[in-house]
Ligand binder design. Sequence first.
Ligand SMILES: Nc1ncnc2c1ncn2[C@@H]1O[C@H](COP(=O)(O)OP(=O)(O)OP(=O)(O)O)[C@@H](O)[C@H]1O
Ligand SMILES: Nc1ccn([C@@H]2O[C@H](COP(=O)(O)O)[C@@H](O)[C@H]2O)c(=O)n1
Length: 212
Amino acid sequence: MIIAIDGPAASGKGTLGKRLAHHYGYRHLDTGVIYRAVAYALMQSGHDLRDEAAAVQAALELDPEKFGNPALKTQEAGEGASIVSAIPRVREALVNFQRQFAADPPGAVLDGRDIGTVICPHADVKIFVVADPRVRARRRTMEARARGEEADEAAVLADIIRRDERDKNRPIAPLKPAADAYLLDNSQLDIEGGVRAAIDIIEAVRAGRSRG
Ligand SMILES: Nc1ncnc2c1ncn2[C@@H]1O[C@H](COP(=O)(O)OP(=O)(O)OP(=O)(O)O)[C@@H](O)[C@H]1O
Ligand SMILES: Nc1ccn([C@@H]2O[C@H](COP(=O)(O)O)[C@@H](O)[C@H]2O)c(=O)n1
């Protein structure tokens, strides 16, 4: 089974994806990390983030062993990711890696912006996670402070809104729900509540399939 989770910045996609993968015994891929890794490689080598040739090269040389680098979590890497991810040839270079991950047994949960629309249009279940931007900014700020970082909630909110706008309005693979995605608003839910709601959706889809 392939579970596709999409949604805007800091909506809880990764947290949910990880928990669902654990619940079902599947593998999990946070696809945002891929774009962050490409942006980080450009930043490290001193290239402009809009340098198409350098960005494609970085995408082709991607090393999944480096996905755990804490530097990929920073606001700068996220901002850079939203710039490189708008380059069509960068996205093309990364499609096979994601589709291969999705296809490998026993099943996979992928989260990102275009999983249900482009990467896995035939996913068994698609969930589009949303939450009020102010709630997302608050959660992200608390997360950064828990890591011992300084974080200004208004600046975090501005970053989230700017990234969402860029992701929604790019011509290639824009952030949007697939026509057959289930909407999950977790603004009023805690993490457990969000996971339960997602499992309810997945089990309802599975039950519907086996009946029919
Ligand atoms: N339902 C929830 N209730 C409370 N906090 C939550 C909930 N879901 C996620 N969080 C918290 O919100 C923050 C953002 O979650 P997460 O990193 O999963 O979002 P994301 O959509 O994967 O972000 P990104 O856009 O960076 O990929 C984290 O601190 C996480 O613990
Ligand atoms: N499938 C995806 C995933 C991510 N992006 C871009 O990367 C940026 C960072 O993603 P996070 O999930 O780590 O916040 C994001 O703002 C997108 O621009 C993407 O295009 N497609």
